[in-house]
Design a binder for this molecule. Sequence first.
Ligand SMILES: [Zn+2]
Length: 239
Amino acid sequence: MNSRYIFTTTSWKKTALGTEIPLSASRPLEEMRAERPILLMGGIHGDEPEGVALAEGTLEWLKSACESGHGEQLAPWVVIPCLNIDGFRKNQRVNGRGVDLNRNYPASNWSPTADKERYFPGPSPGSEPEIQGVVELLQTLRPRLVIHCHSWKPMVVYAGEPGLRDAELLGRASGYKVVDTIGYPTPGSLSQYGWGDLKIPIICIEEQDGLTDLTPIWPRFADGMKSIFLDASLRGAEA
Ligand SMILES: [Zn+2]
């Protein structure tokens, strides 16, 4: 088994406005092609700081596990703490060009129309560089699981039966309900593209939105996240 370390780049990809997007991983991406890592993302919607806090909390735990010599017990991992940095800086849902990134995936059900401006899917499927970057990761690394962190009403939404067990781990840790749909159509979303088209299981964590104190978020999900990243490693070794 290869030894793992922490690989971090501040310039994985650039946003539509040219802002660099940081990424961390257990190894350089070009060395991970056969490893089928877990991909974790926050900040897809810039006005959902709860999701950024959860991704950052998970990343800090992964790094500390590696630094204390336990990196070998973890599944290979890739973390993008804040995909939509431009939106995050302005506390707005959409990216720098006004596109809802979770409606811009080149899913077979991508739709050019949206009920509301906040769901604007972009001029064409996969038009936004932030999404082009994620699509490249999905296609080249074929992650065993993707978790993306949002905030709205508390729930854990899974797409794809292979992700159910991990969704239940997160549900058990947080006390949030586990569901297989968010309850309204999401054409061009990561669930639609990742599971619907690529058959990569996707988990969408919805933290309660509008929290004034973000510090309880990581502790709320910590047991679930730790089980996922530790168990997945063991399951990978069995394959
Ligand atoms: Zn969101």
